[in-house]
Design a protein around this ligand. Structure first.
Ligand code: SF4
Length: 197
């Protein structure tokens, strides 16, 4: 269904991706791309980012929402990258997860997309679609991540993450899933009424 599935965030380095993913929480990728263009033109390294004050950074990212916390997270992660990793975004999942301000989902996305690592990042779309389909059921993103990793061959993890996001955005909407048009309906627990919302 989604041969064109790919990250919609624009980035040219692991650091730019990391910042874009932090900004993308509760915000559309289109909005993030608009915001990062002027931001990355001025600072696209952790050192350059740390030269901004929290207030300056907030002015750049204001329209992404939750700008106060997002600015804090971007500056904390940048500080860690400079102080603990010599200015380079670390390339292992374990190290990425140690960065201040970087949650599990963000670490997984950066690991899978920037470093072509095997990981499935569970965002709101992945969480909803996996539960509805019955592909992986769980009450927390971590439970769903474990279930998806068990259900999907490792070499497809990164692509499957994008497939589930595309399906959530285009068909399996949060409020009104378009089950009548969904080719997966014959396979879907939600459509067959087994109670998974
Ligand atoms: S059948 Fe409905 S609930 Fe199931 S995946 Fe398709 S749109 Fe989502």
């Amino acid at each position: 269904m989604y041969p064109d599935a790919a990250p919609a965030l624009e980035f040219r380095s692991p650091y730019e991706l990391l910042v874009a993913v932090i900004l993308s929480a509760q915000c559309t990728d289109e909005r993030v791309n608009k915001v990062t263009k002027p931001l990355f033109a001025r600072c696209n390294t952790p050192e350059a980012m740390l030269a901004l004050s929290q207030e300056e950074l907030e002015r750049y990212i204001f329209s992404c929402g939750f700008y106060h916390n997002k600015a804090k997270h971007i500056l904390s992660a940048s500080r860690d990258i400079v102080e603990k990793f010599g200015g380079e975004v670390p390339s292992t999942l374990e190290e990425l997860r140690t960065l201040a301000g970087v949650g599990r989902k963000t670490a997984n996305v950066v690991y899978a997309v920037a470093f072509h690592g095997d990981a499935i990042a569970v965002d709101t779309h992945v969480f909803r679609v996996a539960n509805r389909l019955g592909l992986a059921r769980g009450r927390t993103p971590e439970q769903v991540e474990r279930g998806l990793c068990a259900a999907i061959p490792r070499e497809l993890w990164s692509e499957a993450h994008h497939w589930l996001i595309f399906h959530g955005r285009r068909v399996c909407h949060s409020q009104r899933p378009a089950c009548g048009e969904c080719p997966l309906a014959p396979l879907c627990g939600y459509a067959s009424g087994d109670g998974n919302k």
